[in-house]
Write a protein that binds this ligand. Structure first.
Ligand SMILES: [Zn+2]
Length: 247
């Protein structure tokens, strides 16, 4: 899939404005290609980082544990090793505009950029140690056709670019087209994503350590539903990277 992320393709998006503050990004530093500078310097500095890669039993992990309720239980039930989000997501915060542009305004390169930035910052914590493969949460084929791209795939591509860990988009698929989650709550959301995912050729993923990549983690139901489908990957262990975690 990385072929869609060719430099020439990314060049189509430029020039542009900073998706957080709207400031025009000028091509005033030719040493760094303009496509590498998605955010202005001020916004890059001000990103609401969670620092969760350094925190054991962080908020993202506890959200994913769900009814497992403890690190040990999550490891046993979900085969979950570790998890972290890069940024906090808050409504009415400029991050919301940026994520919206990434998901709905045809600026997937924001995902690629933030994936790379997160990998650069997480790398020294050991977050990627032992991971064999990176898997973005898939979109349903119908949704993918409508949107034209899977934003989580771009985030995963950014992580992969820095870490060198390969991406896989074939072994996990979405078989149920669920309504947009932003419009739902609690129990309804849980029912909607239950059984939404399926796996292909699970035997090829036996005993792998898989990093699942999501764009915005809220209740954790989508990720738990993926983990549930991937139980067929015998002996596999899972970790989770979320670009954003809702507070
Ligand atoms: Zn800015």
């Amino acid at each position: 899939m990385a072929s869609v992320l060719t430099e020439a393709f990314l060049d189509l998006f430029y020039p542009h404005t900073c998706p957080m503050c709207g400031q025009y990004i000028e091509d005033n530093a030719p040493a760094v290609p303009q496509r590498e500078r998605i955010l202005c310097g001020d916004c890059l500095h001000a990103l609401p980082r969670t620092e969760q890669a350094l925190i054991q039993d962080n908020d993202t992990e506890m959200t994913l544990w769900g009814s497992a309720r403890s690190r040990a239980a999550a490891k046993k039930v979900l085969h979950l090793d570790h998890a972290a989000a890069f940024l906090f997501f808050e409504k009415e915060h400029p991050v919301q505009d940026m994520i919206h542009a990434m998901k709905y305004a045809e600026r997937p390169e924001i995902g690629f950029y933030l994936g790379k930035q997160a990998a650069i910052e997480f790398q020294y914590t050991g977050f990627f140690d032992g991971i064999d493969v990176i898997m973005p949460v898939p979109l349903h084929p119908k949704r993918l056709r409508e949107r034209g791209y899977n934003q989580s795939e771009y985030i995963a591509a950014g992580l992969s670019r820095i870490t060198g860990i390969p991406i896989d988009t074939t072994h996990l698929t979405r078989i149920k087209n669920t309504p947009k989650q932003a419009l739902q709550r609690g129990e309804q959301r849980k029912q909607n994503v239950s059984g939404a995912f399926a796996v292909n050729h699970p035997e090829q993923m036996y005993h792998k350590h898989i990093l699942l990549v999501d764009d915005l983690l809220t209740t954790g139901e989508t990720v738990r539903s993926c983990l549930s489908a991937m139980r067929l990957f015998r002996g596999a262990v899972f970790s989770v990277f979320a670009l954003c975690k809702a507070r």
